[in-house]
Design a protein around this ligand. Structure first.
Ligand code: ZN
Length: 299
C-alpha cells in the first residue's frame, strides 16, 4: 500500500488527511474504511494522531490488499484535491546515519565507520513535502543534496534484537538530507555536532509516499537514484549500506526506545554535490516513487 498525507488545498492552514495511492489516483483512507466494514477488525477507526495511524498501517495494508481483488476501490474513487504533505508530516525524530555507503565516505576523504554507525539527529522542523521548495539561505556557501532511503518505524521497541528488527518497520520512503557542507566541515573541525548544518529550514524533503513494508520483501534489492535537472548524479543499491537497516534499528533501539513515526535516514551514496537556485532535485526508488523539489534562493 502506498500511503500519503495530503491537503485538499495548497494552504498550510488546511487539515492534513491520510490517503492511499491506487495507480495514479488518490483515495482518502476514510473511504477505504467505509467500504471494508465486513473485513476489518471491529471498532477500527482512523486515529487523529498520525503516529498512532502509522502504527496501524499494517492493518490498513491488509484491508487494501483484500479489497484490491474486488475492484471496489476503483468504484469508490472520486476526485479530491491533493497537495502532498510529507507521509510523516512532523516526525518526532529523524535519525541521520553518516558515511553509510563506503564510496560516499571515500569521496569526502573519510573511512566508513565499521565498528558502529555514526548517528546524528536532524530537526523535524526541516521537513518539507515533495513539490515544496528547498530554500537556500542568503548566507549559505554550499548547499548539497543527499539522496537517501528512509525507514519509518511502525512498531515501538527497545533493545530490539537484529533478527526481529524488520518487524518494527512500517514502511519506506525517500529523503533528501540537504546539508550546508561548508558549515558542516567547519563544525566537524571544531568538534561540534552535525545537527546545525543539516537542520536548516526546508533541508528535509520527505516523501512522496510511504510504501508499506509488506510490499518490500527485501529493501537491500532497491536501487536509489538522485537526479539534478534530469541528470543522474547518484545511483546505488541499498544492499551496499555499510550498516544495513536491521542493524541500524537494533543499534538505535539500544539507546532510544523507538516509536511509530520515527524516521531513519539510512545514509547517502557517492555523487553528492551542490544545488543552486533554479535546480530541480529528484530522489527516486522505482518501487516507492519520486521525491522532487525545486531549489529557490532566500529573498
Ligand atoms: Zn545524509
Amino acid at each position: 500500500m502506498k500511503f500519503i498525507c495530503y491537503r485538499e488545498f495548497d494552504d498550510p492552514e488546511e487539515p492534513i488527511h491520510p490517503g492511499i495511492i491506487i495507480g495514479s489516483k488518490v483515495l482518502p483512507l476514510a473511504r477505504v474504511l467505509t467500504v471494508s466494514e465486513a473485513i476489518h477488525p471491529q471498532n477500527l477507526t482512523i486515529p487523529d494522531d498520525v503516529f498512532e495511524l502509522i502504527g496501524l498501517l499494517p492493518v490498513f495494508a491488509k484491508i487494501v490488499k483484500a479489497l484490491s481483488v474486488t475492484k471496489i476501490l476503483d468504484q469508490i474513487w472520486q476526485e479530491v484535491g491533493v497537495t502532498l504533505a510529507p507521509p510523516v508530516p512532523r516526525p518526532n525524530r529523524i535519525f541521520g546515519i553518516g558515511r553509510n555507503y563506503a564510496d560516499h565516505a571515500k569521496e569526502m576523504g573519510n573511512e566508513a565507520p565499521i565498528d558502529e554507525p555514526i548517528v546524528f539527529l536532524k530537526a523535524s522542523s526541516s521537513v518539507i513535502a515533495s513539490g515544496n521548495q528547498i530554500v537556500i539561505p542568503s548566507w549559505a556557501e554550499r548547499v548539497d543534496f543527499e539522496g537517501e532511503l528512509a525507514v519509518v518505524i511502525g512498531l515501538a521497541g527497545k533493545d530490539i534484537p537484529r533478527e526481529d528488527a524488520m518487524k518494527h518497520v512500517a514502511g519506506y520512503t525517500l529523503f533528501n538530507d540537504v546539508t550546508e557542507r561548508n558549515m558542516q566541515t567547519r563544525d566537524i573541525a571544531r568538534s561540534q555536532p552535525w545537527f546545525r548544518s543539516k537542520s536548516i529550514d526546508t533541508f528535509g524533503p520527505l516523501g512522496p509516499a510511504l510504501i508499506t513494508a509488506d510490499e518490500i520483501k527485501d529493501p537491500s534489492k532497491l536501487t536509489l537514484r538522485t537526479e539534478v535537472n534530469g541528470e543522474l548524479r547518484q545511483e546505488a543499491s541499498v544492499g551496499d549500506l555499510v550498516h544495513p537497516i536491521d542493524e541500524l534499528i537494533s543499534f538505535l533501539s539500544r539507546y532510544f526506545a523507538l516509536e511509530p513515526g520515527d524516521v531513519i535516514a539510512t545514509g547517502t551514496p557517492a555523487g553528492i554535490g551542490p544545488l543552486k537556485e533554479g535546480d530541480v532535485v529528484t530522489v527516486s526508488v522505482p518501487e516507492i516513487g519520486q521525491l522532487t523539489n525545486p531549489v529557490a534562493a532566500e529573498m
